[in-house]
Design a protein around this ligand. Structure first.
Ligand SMILES: Nc1ncnc2c1ncn2[C@@H]1O[C@H](COP(=O)(O)OP(=O)(O)OP(=O)(O)O)[C@@H](O)[C@H]1O
Length: 773
């Protein structure tokens, strides 16, 4: 004991020394930042003064332009410098609270003594910059901390595999500069520290897992070679945590060539986006971009309202009954059919569909005229290339047209109504003195005005509005190959439904991927090459067609796709291996890596044991040994008793935890539950799709909005057969696994069959409060 204390004191003394050095560096960084700030202000001021003089007096002198450009660059450099220093200061401040969490002692071959290295969220050098006081967790040698057990170990460096011997591994919990706990371990990352991390109460935002990354998670985080990584991980296995750590890792290792704006994460909903938003900043990195699929689609379907998974779920169009036609459209076959169809269009086996280009109700170019331009192009070219030629030809014709239009009455009439200011703007660079006579001046203005007004037509040409994509897609549906569930009647029905939707400015989700793919392949557009990494969370909610489309839309990106087949809310349950292989095949890659995570960390042992027993292959899941109360089920047979039970269950949870989630199947149920609880519990919130922040208190939300989230205590409002139906396994599993510490379910009437099997033995069942009638 005495030696342990001495050891801790010795470590504390080191922490104190490191903090002293951090304080010194903080002071230096503050001064440098203040100086940089002044410098930025000075160059900015200089720039704005010069720029304004130049704009009014010597606008056309090229020399002054280049001077301005030079100064603009100076401003940019100064402010970049300031940003870097501010970032350094933030990192130092973060280190000050918790300088490091791990220590490894390694003995390199041929060395007499072991060397101690300390691992933290960022690197820190000593004053004379000769030694690392802290190693960044992403440094190659730090891999040993996460992967190695004592004895000979290897780690990867840019120079190849290195060997060393790990002689000690120590973990620390340091809070505000004080060591609260420390112990030596031989495990990869010891259970005790993980226990402590997992036993914490939930915060409103996700925490990083840097101090306790597990070996299997480390494989996901530190992989830089795969161009496709597919992770199938059971609920609470740390998929989301691992990919966020992975992003931080990638940013560190490609500082020069990768920045956070070149990474995009598709997240399931806005609440989730917000929930995870502080993880990267806590690791000293800027956040990647985030988008939800509905947002992504909305941007590509301007003018059409795109059905979302939530809409589809709420309106019950997608019950768990089989939907062979929708499944076909959402599978890889429909995307292959799009490609075939584009080939047919290229060979003129099917006609392209053009649209008239109109201006103020007048047709400027008829679809026949546009078709004729198209057919005059060399037939060997791709459709996209021929369309570019059409585009250019149309733009040229539009220019001519502007000259003729300028002589028309409407132009003169409109010019008469212009204000002085508008007229002034129309002169552009010219002044009255530049014209020989009034006629020349009027002609100039008319031409400028006509051009300006015809700009909308030019934009329409740029955006390929001379093609009728709706008609083309309809035609595609009528050409679908007659295989599987597709019959002639189905073709007709799909085409009619599609056109009907478009009439009301709506498009169903099943059509989005094939439609966009068709549009992009025809026009050669829609691809974004600026993204280097695309991450997709909750992959089980994406159709294969959508995944294939995303791969097409981000052609230069490496993909990391994560999810859990068994958290299927929107379709029937699938076995994890099946999903893993299906997604792997659809996103065919040169260097794919498929990973399965089977250990669940979020919930107590009791909750995980219950949740996994709901599943057909639940034995594959390992529960982490953190203990708590068994999951509870309250059985009621009358509405009044159920309501009272619900209020009591929520109140009981609220006494234990600051945040309690009441999960429902959908919004309608959420609204009913809200009415029952209103006035009975404090701090009550009902969350909707538009919400982006998680308040504390009692939160009522449909399960699809709780995807990826976790709560200290969870109450599931009604698990009856009548309410959830008999295909509720995925739904119930997802709900149950949102709970970290406590789970209570209620049922009004007999429970769903999902609960009657093995799962019931892991429940504490509270007897009915009323006899069954
Ligand atoms: N190595 C770890 N150290 C500490 N905590 C961890 C670790 N791995 C996972 N956790 C914790 O377990 C919980 C679940 O993690 P996460 O949300 O990343 O899992 P998930 O697989 O994305 O879950 P789901 O699919 O159920 O939404 C989080 O609270 C996370 O902090």
């Amino acid at each position: 004991m005495v030696t342990e204390l001495t050891e801790q004191q010795r470590e504390q003394a080191r922490v104190d020394t490191v903090i002293k050095e951090i304080d010194r560096q903080i002071e230096g960084a503050k001064q440098a930042l203040a100086a940089a700030h002044q410098e930025t202000r000075a160059v900015e001021q200089n720039y704005s003064e010069n720029a304004s003089i130049n704009r009014y007096e010597i606008d056309d002198i090229a020399e002054s332009r280049s001077e301005i450009e030079q100064q603009r660059q100076l401003v940019a450099r100064a402010s970049e410098n300031e940003t870097i220093l501010a970032h350094q200061l933030d990192t130092l401040k973060q280190l000050r609270a918790q300088p490091y969490f791990g220590r490894i002692d390694i003995q390199d071959p041929g060395q007499a003594e072991a060397e101690s290295l300390y691992i933290g969220t960022a690197s820190l050098m000593n004053e004379d910059r000769t030694d690392f006081l802290i190693y960044d967790w992403r440094a190659p040698i730090a891999g040993v901390y996460y992967n190695g057990t004592l004895g000979p170990v290897t780690y990867q460096t840019p120079a190849g595999t290195q060997r060393t011997t790990l002689v000690k591994k120590r973990q620390f919990t340091i809070h505000d500069g004080q060591i609260e706990n420390m112990f030596d371990t031989n495990e990869t990352v010891g259970d005790a520290m993980l226990q402590a991390a997992l036993g914490r109460q939930n915060d409103q935002t996700m925490q990083n897992i840097v101090a306790t990354i597990q070996k299997e998670q480390n494989d996901i985080i530190r992989n830089t070679t795969a161009d496709l990584m597919v992770v199938q991980g059971v609920a609470g296995s740390g998929k989301t945590s691992a990919i966020l750590q992975r992003i931080a890792y990638l940013l560190y290792h490609a500082r020069e060539s990768l920045n956070a704006d070149q990474i995009v994460l598709f997240s399931p909903n806005l609440l989730f986006s917000h929930y995870i938003a502080s993880v990267l900043p806590s690791l000293g990195e800027r956040n990647m971009r985030q988008v939800t699929l509905p947002n992504f689609l909305a941007r590509r379907f301007e003018g059409l309202q795109v059905e979302s998974l939530f809409d589809r779920y709420e309106t019950r169009q997608q019950s768990n009954a089989p939907h062979p036609v929708a499944d076909w459209l959402e599978g890889a076959a429909s995307m292959a059919a799009v490609k075939d169809y584009v080939d047919q269009l290229a060979n003129s086996q099917a006609p392209l569909q053009f649209a008239d280009l109109t201006f103020e109700g007048r047709t400027l170019f008829t679809k026949e005229a546009i078709a004729s331009i198209y057919h005059h192009q060399v037939a060997k070219m791709t459709v996209a290339d021929r369309l570019v030629k059409v585009k250019n030809a149309l733009l040229r014709r539009l220019q001519h047209l502007a000259t003729t239009e300028a002589k028309r009455d409407w132009v003169a009439k409109e010019l008469d109504t212009l204000s002085n200011q508008e007229l002034h703007a129309l002169y552009g660079q010219k002044t009255i003195d530049d014209f020989a006579d009034e006629q020349a001046q009027a002609a100039y203005l008319a031409r400028r005005w006509a051009k300006k007004r015809l700009r909308v037509v030019a934009d329409a040409i740029y955006n390929n509005y001379f093609l009728d994509f709706h008609a083309l897609y309809r035609q595609f549906l009528l050409h679908l190959p007659l295989t599987g569930p597709i019959t002639e009647a189905v073709q007709q029905q799909l085409a009619t439904d599609f056109s009907h939707g478009v009439e009301f400015h709506r498009i169903k989700l099943v059509h989005t991927a094939p439609f966009l793919y068709l549009r992009d392949l025809l026009t050669g557009g829609g691809q974004n090459r600026s993204f280097q990494y695309v991450f997709i969370d909750e992959m089980q909610d994406y159709s294969l067609a959508t995944l294939i489309y995303l791969k097409h839309a981000f052609p230069d990106a490496k993909f990391t796709v994560i999810g859990d087949a068994e958290q299927a809310l929107f379709k029937p349950l699938e076995l994890p291996e099946t999903l893993l292989n299906r997604v792997g095949d659809a996103l065919a890659a040169k260097h794919p890596r498929l990973i399965a995570l089977r250990r669940s960390y979020r919930s107590t042992f009791e909750i995980t044991t219950f949740a996994k027993s709901l599943l057909p292959d639940g034995d594959e899941i390992t529960a982490f040994a953190r203990h708590g109360d068994p999951a509870k089920l309250q059985v009621h047979y009358g509405q009044a008793a159920w309501q009272t039970g619900l209020i009591k269950a929520v109140q009981a949870m609220q006494q234990r935890f600051p945040t309690v989630a009441v999960l429902t199947r959908d919004q309608e149920e959420a609204s009913q539950v809200y009415h029952h609880l209103y006035g009975q519990v404090t701090d009550l919130h009902r969350l909707s799709e538009e919400d982006s922040q998680l308040p504390s208190g009692v939160l009522i939300l449909p399960i699809y909005l709780a995807k990826g989230l976790e709560f200290d205590g969870v109450v599931i409002a009604n698990v009856s057969a009548a309410h959830l139906g008999d295909q509720a396994t995925g739904l119930l599993y997802t709900m149950a696994t949102r709970a970290m510490h406590a789970l209570t379910m209620l049922t009004l009437g007999p429970v769903t069959p999902a609960l009657t099997g093995a799962a019931s033995q892991y429940l504490t069942i509270e007897p009915p409060t009323e006899p069954q009638r």
